[in-house]
Write a protein that binds this ligand. Structure first.
Ligand code: 5GP
Length: 206
């Protein structure tokens, strides 16, 4: 069985990464979403083990020591990390993994696995992004400011990503994401078994 591919989905806060990932998962059984661990506080609309695995700082640091993360980073003063075992098991089963993580984590993933595909979700413009984060209303003003500051870090890493999708209209963005997945699936290097079969079975025709 072919190993599933790793797709990193990054972008500034409130750009709609989560909604886009949900849409992809709704349409295809070939994809699974990795659930991250974090030390940040649970929001009223979130559930343990579905949104995140919520950990204390001590628990998270213990997981770091035990090398349980594929990548981890500090975002908005809190730890966030991708548990390794789920990703490895699912890839072995041929599932493509969506990693909804920040760009520091995305670049770590790419460093360890050059085949990982990094996709940056961008807003149509900065004003829309500011409006969206205020409209979400789940953070205090201080946290909003922290998140906007962090958006600067995300944009500064954008040029190291493989693809960019602008999330203005959800249906269009979703379609563009699907086109990326399709192009990656059709890459020669991702179909080497077929290439070898054709070459093997036709080598006597010379
Ligand atoms: P939020 O607190 O709004 O859910 O997420 C804040 C940021 O943390 C987002 O940019 C999100 O992509 C990032 N993030 C979530 N999970 C992970 C993770 O496992 N690793 C890294 N590096 N970033 C993460």
């Amino acid at each position: 069985m072919r190993q599933g591919r790793l797709y990193v989905i990054s972008g500034p806060t409130a750009v709609g990464k989560g909604t886009l990932c949900e849409e992809i998962l709704k349409d295809s059984d070939d994809f699974v979403l990795s659930i991250s661990a974090t030390t940040r506080k649970i929001r009223s609309n979130e559930k343990e083990g579905i949104s995140y695995y919520f950990k204390s700082k001590e628990e998270f640091e213990d997981m770091i020591t035990r090398q349980m993360f594929l990548e981890y980073a500090k975002v908005h003063d809190q730890y966030y990390g991708t548990p390794k075992s789920f990703v490895e098991n699912m890839r072995k089963e041929g599932k493509n993994i969506l990693l909804e993580i920040d760009t520091q984590g995305g670049l770590q993933v790419k460093k360890n696995d050059s085949e990982a595909i990094l996709i940056f979700i961008a807003p149509p413009n900065l004003e829309t992004l500011v409006e969206r984060i205020h409209r979400r209303g789940t953070e205090t003003e201080e946290e909003v400011q922290k998140r906007l500051k962090n958006a600067a870090l995300e944009f500064s890493n954008m040029d190291k990503y493989d693809y960019m999708v602008i999330n203005d209209d959800l249906a269009t963005a979703k379609n563009e994401l699907k086109n990326i997945f399709c192009a990656e699936k059709l890459r020669i290097k991702n179909n080497i078994d077929l290439v070898e079969e054709f070459s093997e079975r036709t080598k006597y025709y010379d």
